[in-house]
Ligand binder design. Structure first.
Ligand code: B12
Length: 212
């Protein structure tokens, strides 16, 4: 299994988007554990990319090709994660805050939540506070999930919560937050209902909040 992990990780880091489909399919056909594939190959590759970017060994174009490659890999896995379930566990709106275009983590969280039986509406990226509030009012979800990957966009999460309060909607929806720069302390400070460090924690959190 290790050769699959190393091969997929290297393909994402090198942005080999033409090879990724076959590599992931081979790993799946060989019975590789999907969590292993996601965490130790695909996500691990993005961590390498992040480090290389920090050290100016690569720049935005390389980061983008790696992201495209990762997305292609995730697309192969997506259908395999869907649970055969007719009854929804709850409804969730999910999006990336204003000024932020990072959506790989958000998409992964959505994929796993859907696979765990939640109904998830993907609001996309770069969401204005107003558009989020409008959607909460219109769709009345059990949970609103917000993602941010940039330290500069983290404050948008607080703005959304404040706007929900101003519109009298805060008590009607649970707000959960996540993304690489977010932690439990920040989540508490801004008055959210919880933080998940990864997709697995997002599912646990959603189950807990819907049951509450
Ligand atoms: C890929 C990438 C990009 C791609 C994004 C493509 C896309 N469609 O998403 C592109 C090339 C577009 C990009 C652009 C930029 N990026 Co960028 N990017 C990354 C990189 C390498 C990987 C991010 C990623 O996908 N990780 C993998 C996913 C699976 O992890 P994740 O997003 O953290 O999500 C997990 C958890 O956080 C959690 N989670 C996520 N969301 C949520 C939500 C909820 C509710 C919950 C519960 C959980 C949860 O679950 C996920 C699954 O486990 C990171 C480095 C890194 N290691 O994070 C830099 C990084 C985030 N980028 C960075 C920067 C600086 C930029 C740019 C400003 C660069 C530039 N000069 O233009 C631009 C900003 C563009 C913008 N306005 O958003 C910096 C941010 C630094 C900072 N402190 O703010 C980083 C950290 C790189 C670095 N080391 O410097 N980037």
């Amino acid at each position: 299994m290790n050769q699959h992990i190393e091969g997929i990780k290297a393909a994402v880091v090198d942005g080999k988007h033409k090879d990724i489909e076959a590599l992931v399919k081979n790993a799946v056909d060989d019975g590789m554990d999907l969590n292993d594939l996601i965490n130790n190959a695909l996500i691990a590759a993005m961590d390498v990319i992040g480090e290389k970017f920090s050290k100016s060994e690569i720049f935005v174009p390389e980061m983008l090709v790696a992201a495209v490659t990762m997305k292609k890999g995730l697309e192969i896995i997506q259908p395999l994660l869907t649970e055969d379930q007719t009854q929804s566990r709850g409804s969730i709106l999910m999006g990336t805050v204003k000024g932020d275009l990072h959506d790989i983590g958000k998409n992964l969280v959505i994929m796993i939540l859907r696979g765990s039986g939640f109904d998830v509406v993907d609001l996309g990226v770069d969401l204005s506070v107003e558009s989020v509030v409008e959607k909460v009012e219109e769709l009345k979800p059990d949970i609103l999930g917000l993602s941010a990957l940039l330290t500069t966009t983290m404050p948008e999460m607080k703005r959304v919560i404040e706007a929900l309060e101003a519109q009298g909607l805060r008590s009607k929806v649970k707000v959960v937050v996540g993304g690489a720069p977010i932690d439990a302390k920040f989540a508490e400070e801004i008055g959210s209902d919880g933080y998940g460090k990864d997709a697995a924690e997002a599912v646990q959190l959603a189950r807990k909040l819907v049951a509450a």
